[in-house]
Design a binder for this molecule. Structure first.
Ligand SMILES: NC(=O)c1ccc[n+]([C@@H]2O[C@H](COP(=O)([O-])OP(=O)(O)OC[C@H]3O[C@@H](n4cnc5c(N)ncnc54)[C@H](O)[C@@H]3O)[C@@H](O)[C@H]2O)c1
Length: 255
């Protein structure tokens, strides 16, 4: 065990969609590993409350409210936060939404919202921060994919398309930017106990189905994300790029 391999002191991480759920858990974990963290979200009040809470625990933390699907906001506010806190060394593209419904009834607006937030935003955010990473010859980008990057269910077509696309965007970024010493990887969670899955958890039949489908017999806890996030953000993963690590209690291994 070489502890400094996982040490993030001196690094700055920006996590999108970090006012709650998986993003908040990863941002907190990266701070505990030594990073200065920038939390992004569109829920500004909740975001500022979490930033204050993490700051009160003694960590270096900042808020960067913006809509990650809005390229004008990204081009204005990401450089502004970098001027304030220093360059972003680690970008976690985590913000995501779900719009459920059969394909033949799914509104075009819902389709576009999901693709804009879950896929195009990762392109826009990475494009913004990578120029500095290229200059510094160092960077880590982590895209939050899903088991639905690989497999699906009825009524989640837009989400599946976005997460499948994000898996391939991860590989595209990895092959283009490896020569600049930038590693780009994905984390693919299974069913996690967050707001996003409240409709499942509150439906007894669906909830029982999920638990029976997952070999571990439970939803993932947001804290389960932290170890992989620190690994992919740290020098421990310096020759790992273009991979998606699935965190699913065995779901993808089982029929
Ligand atoms: N919960 C799961 O089971 C699960 C499984 C696989 C993948 N994921 C992915 O993990 C990520 C986090 O999910 P979660 O479960 O924590 O969901 P969540 O709904 O609890 O949190 C998502 C956060 O993203 C923010 N957000 C949404 N649109 C945004 C935008 N345009 N700009 C900035 N912030 C925005 C929301 O305000 C929210 O705080 C998502 O990408 C999701 O697709 C979740």
């Amino acid at each position: 065990m070489t502890p400094h391999l996982f040490d993030l002191n001196g690094k700055t991480a920006l996590v999108t969609g970090a006012a709650q759920g998986l993003g908040l858990a990863m941002a907190t974990g990266l701070a505990q590993a030594g990073a200065q963290v920038v939390l992004n979200d569109i829920q500004e009040v909740k975001l500022c409350a979490e930033v204050a809470r993490i700051g009160a625990a003694g960590f270096r933390v900042h808020a960067c409210p913006l809509d990650v699907s809005n390229s004008a906001q990204i081009q204005e506010r990401v450089p502004a936060i970098e001027r304030e806190v220093g360059p972003i060394d680690i970008l976690v593209n985590n913000a995501g939404i779900h719009r459920r419904g059969p394909i033949e009834h799914l509104p075009e607006t819902a389709w576009r919202e999901v693709l804009d937030t879950n896929l195009s935003a990762a392109f826009l955010m990475a494009k913004q921060v990578v120029r500095g990473m290229i200059e510094r010859r160092s960077g880590k980008i982590i895209n939050i994919c899903s088991v639905m990057s690989e497999v699906g269910r009825p009524t989640v077509a837009a989400y599946m398309a976005s997460k499948g696309g994000l898996k391939m965007l991860t590989k595209a970024m990895a092959v283009e930017w490896a020569k600049h010493n930038i590693q780009v990887n994905g984390i693919g969670p299974g069913w996690m106990a967050t707001e996003m899955n409240r409709p499942l958890m509150e439906n007894p039949a669906l909830d029982a189905w999920v638990r029976s489908r997952v070999p571990a017999g439970r939803y993932g806890d947001p804290a389960d994300m932290v170890g992989i996030a620190i690994y992919l953000a740290s020098s421990a993963s310096n020759f790992v790029t273009g991979q998606v690590i699935y965190l699913d209690g065995g779901t993808l291994a089982a029929l």
